[in-house]
Design a protein around this ligand. Structure first.
Ligand SMILES: [Zn+2]
Ligand SMILES: [Zn+2]
Length: 368
């Protein structure tokens, strides 16, 4: 293996996970400069998403090694490889999931179905097996970024150029959580005006689904959660009804709102009981969208359907600019669900997300 020339080495500071459950600790590391198709991005901010927290909890020393998580990065382009044409030094970018660009789904503009989606996003390496972090055994490339770091290597496939007049720290969570919630309603389900929808879980993903449901004109929009402060926010962001599962049955609450079942359910909790209930509550021809992990049941009566959602079936370069336009029009007030932390407070931010004190924590990694 040839080592890169020292002039091509980027010193970085990253939050490294070396222990199951955390905490992550700040370490100084070295990273290769960008390859011909890569973009070196200085990270200004990064959202924290439930997938990051799940990796902290499920981390295994033997199989995983030390890793850098983070997949809602936003920052400024520092350097680009020779083959990169879409961005240049100084551009502001939001990072999203990675896809290969070569397989049939990618070529048909369905990158969420990319044949290499698992390896590219959860493999902690490039597709050729290499790792840009040098002189250490820490691995990066999580979602083609590992944004809990001052610098990352991304590609044009997983970055989206964004306007410079909006704060990068506000835009960061668009790359995963908010795209997923809004994309589920607008792309995967294509919910029409006047349809009834229940959104199980009003965390960051669920609240993005609530905002999108209001934009498309769904009615009623029923938020379901067990944290009263999140339900209050759901009402402010577009829910017409809310069900507090600690005080009220979901079936009864939905019947009270619709007179029967519901046309669409977005299940974002991963809770076993709600998972099963999602399809039971559907009207004939209704669809349940499962965001948190496993697939829904496969055969359902009455033309009902269950979908398993990846990133809201979004093409990030198309969908994220659309969400930014909705923000400008006051229709997608993502800043209402964000809470900001210094990079050094990453473990506290995760603790706050776990207990519901923060809906969408965002780390301030460096000066914009
Ligand atoms: Zn995520
Ligand atoms: Zn692909």
């Amino acid at each position: 293996m040839t080592r890169p020339a020292d002039s091509d080495v980027q010193k970085i500071r990253a939050a490294v996970l070396r222990r199951r459950g955390g905490p992550m600790k700040a370490e100084s590391l070295e990273m290769e400069g960008p390859r011909h198709d890569e973009v070196l991005v200085r990270i200004v901010a990064s959202g924290i998403c439930h997938t990051d927290i799940r990796y902290v909890d499920d981390w295994y020393e033997d199989s995983d090694g030390a890793v850098i998580l983070g997949h809602e990065g936003a920052g400024v382009v520092e350097r680009v490889g020779a083959a990169v044409t879409g961005v240049r030094h100084g551009d502001h970018v939001v990072l999203s999931f990675q896809s290969c660009g070569h397989c049939l789904p990618c070529r048909s503009r369905h990158p969420t179905d990319c044949e290499s989606i698992y390896d590219l996003n959860f493999g902690f390496r490039r597709l050729d097996g290499s790792n840009a972090l040098i002189r250490s055994r820490v691995r990066g490339h999580f979602f083609g970024q590992s944004s809990f770091s001052t610098h990352v290597l991304a590609t044009e496939r997983n970055l989206v150029k964004v306007p410079k007049d909006l704060p990068l720290e506000m835009l960061a969570p668009l790359g995963c959580g908010l795209q997923t919630g809004a994309g589920t309603v607008m792309n995967s389900l294509a919910v029409p005006a006047g349809a009834s929808i229940a959104i199980f879980g009003t965390g960051g993903v669920g609240l993005a689904a609530v905002m999108a449901a209001r934009i498309v004109g769904a009615n009623p929009i029923i938020g379901v959660d067990r944290v009263p402060s999140r339900l209050k926010l759901a009402m402010e962001l577009g829910a017409t009804h809310v069900i507090d599962t600690r005080r009220e049955g979901v079936t009864d609450g939905i019947r009270a709102a619709t007179g029967g079942g519901v046309d669409y359910v977005v299940e974002s909790t991963g809770d076993n009981r709600l998972y099963r209930l999602a399809v039971v509550l559907l009207n004939p021809k209704g669809t349940a969208a499962y965001i948190a992990g496993e697939n829904g049941p496969s055969s359902l009566p009455g033309g009902r359907r269950a979908l398993s959602i990846v990133q809201g079936d979004a093409v990030p370069q198309v969908f994220i600019p659309r969400l930014i336009e909705f923000y400008r029009e006051g229709l997608f007030p993502l800043d209402r669900i964000e809470k900001f932390y210094d990079f050094g407070q990453i473990n506290r931010a995760i603790a706050d997300a776990r207990c519901g004190r923060a809906i969408k924590p965002v780390l301030r990694v460096s000066e914009a």
